[in-house]
Design a protein around this ligand. Structure first.
Ligand code: HEM
Length: 237
């Protein structure tokens, strides 16, 4: 036990250990986005939210309600380690006179230069998003008289209506579009950096990895911004 603990503290204490933690937690978060986006695509089914509401119900009730908490704990742990790791690496490298982002990428693109700022916007966005759709603060989304639907005699939260009402408020939509754009800029550089840190970006694989990270971030960007845009333009109603 003591040996495991001292290995873990030593690993976290070293610059390479922190980089690996940042890479692995970044990979988990990037994969979460693909999963979240796939589920959100159910909003486009023209069934007045039936499939999306059943999916949201499933997420909240899987493993007798424990599943959503396991996912939350994993995501929060990854998010915290990713954030603290990055801040500490930046500090370590600044005091050593180098730049972490430059070190992990041969080329210094705009995405790589603004990693800290795109990352901090994502942090602000996630806090806002959780208050908006999970805590449902400052609105009526928790009001059962307005946001309950019944399918086959069973009550469901009308998450579909909540998303539509949420994005029909222009400031929220604008903030989502800006935040998702910065998120995808972050992903563009971040996904390629994961491969670099794990030693998988070689001369042979570099162009494929760069293309893959570009395509991945583009798909995530188009997918996520398509939702608020479809709501304000009436495609989803
Ligand atoms: C713009 C498109 C998006 C829509 C429509 C959307 C929709 C939702 C909804 C409805 C929920 C709550 C589900 C429920 O409790 O019933 C949720 C949860 C969540 N979303 Fe999103 N989301 C979007 C983008 C994002 C992005 C870009 C991120 C990450 C940066 C994200 C991260 C999360 C997380 C972490 C949760 C879980 C919060 C929790 O329950 O603990 N979402 N999303």
């Amino acid at each position: 036990m003591n040996k495991t603990l001292s290995f873990l503290t030593g690993f976290w204490g070293s610059s390479i250990g922190k980089k690996i933690v940042v890479a692995v937690t970044g990979a988990v978060l990037a994969l979460f986005l693909a999963g979240h986006l796939s589920g959100n695509m159910l909003l486009f089914i023209p069934d007045e939210g039936h499939a999306f509401n059943e999916y949201a119900y499933f997420l909240h009730h899987m493993l007798h309600g424990a599943g959503v908490w396991v996912a939350r704990i994993v995501l929060l742990t990854c998010f915290t380690l990713h954030l603290i790791g990055t801040i500490q690496l930046t500090r370590m490298n600044r005091s050593a006179g180098q730049k972490y982002q430059k070190e992990t990428s041969q080329r210094s693109s705009l995405s790589s230069k603004i990693m800290i700022w795109s990352g901090l916007t994502i942090l602000a966005f996630v806090v806002y998003h959780i208050l908006h759709f999970t805590v449902r603060a400052g609105n009526e989304y928790n009001n059962p008289d307005l946001y309950t639907v019944i399918y086959d005699g069973k009550e469901y939260h009308n998450a579909y209506k909540m998303v539509i009402d949420g994005f029909n408020w222009a400031p929220a939509t604008i903030f989502y579009v800006i935040a998702v754009t910065l998120l995808c800029s972050h992903l563009h550089h971040g996904v390629a950096s994961i491969f670099q840190t794990l030693g998988l970006r070689t001369n042979k694989t570099e162009s494929l990895i760069n293309l893959g990270s570009k395509v991945y971030s583009l798909v995530i960007w188009i997918g996520f911004i398509s939702i608020p845009i479809s709501v304000i333009t009436g495609i989803i109603k």
